[in-house]
Design a protein around this ligand. Sequence first.
Ligand SMILES: *Cc1c(COP(=O)(O)O)cnc(C)c1O
Length: 347
Amino acid sequence: MSTPSRHFASDNNAGLVPEVWAALQEANVGHAPAYGDDPWTAQAVAEFRRVFEHDALEVCFVFNGTAANSLALAALTDSMHGVLCHEFSHVMTDECNAPGFFRHGLMLLPVGGAFGKIDPAALPRRVAGLRSVHAPEAKVLSLTQATELGTVYRPDEIAELAAVARSLELRVHMDGARFANAVAAAGCAPADLTWRAGVEVLSFGGTKGGMLAGEAVVFFEPALAANFRRRMKQSGQLASKMRFLSAPWAGFLRDDAWLRHARHANAMADRLAAGVYAVPGAALAHAPEANAVFARLPAGVAEKLWTQGWRFYDDVGPAGAVRLMCAWDTTAADVDAFVADLARAAE
Ligand SMILES: *Cc1c(COP(=O)(O)O)cnc(C)c1O
């Protein structure tokens, strides 16, 4: 029996990638202006403009993903507005309605769709079902990339959803807590999954990819960023020692470290899926596309694995499935040890 030090509970259980640690160290010299007027923040902004092939984008660094999503949605809405999002989305189920806190009155409007992806045909129906003056006015479509079920929207799927959104006069926001895994999986340019496909604001997650803290709100239409820093300040999300939020981003994006680590996490998920698939009695709920594996295990098996020290959730995702999440530091040996324990537990 193994005694795992790493497990499959979440990618935010992992530590920091070395590039981020090094960037923090490099920024830890002398004095620097506060609130973002420092050379490290300028470098990080330049890296975002390079990565997204967009010289005019604006980017703001906040402490976590819930703030990134909520403040972005607040910036796009008014109090009588609604945000269309997937029924399983993090904004819908896991943010304690922070969007409604940062934009008082804002309502989340869940829509369905297979495998965690919003069904484009559901959008006009959902909007048409809102009773004129009696219901909130739908204003934003929020997509999660990669989705909460570990699937990935391809550029043409995003473009289709964005076109429907435009026809309904909705803005398009993307919750990219696992954007790196999505880009690694889709194998295309970050721009093709965002602004070129019609996404206007992206919450780009760093934490789950191996940063300490910090998510970037990326505005592909600079006008949408107006007063966003004031919104950050008011909500306690404007770091005074900003260089320690921004410098890690430069380290993360430089030389595509973010993509290298995400590709590795995705590859570990593929290895894990193949291992689970080969265990008699175990099955995949659906094929993994990013770094999450959803599996159905025989009765009692999850409990046995938990007793052995493995950690993973059975209360996110499809009913009756467990979620096995790979991180940047998951090793092939971790995966193989888990699969071996799973095979024994399922005998
Ligand atoms: C983890 C996560 C977030 C952000 O969570 P925080 O804990 O607030 O940083 C946002 N969206 C999705 C899809 C997530 O998985």
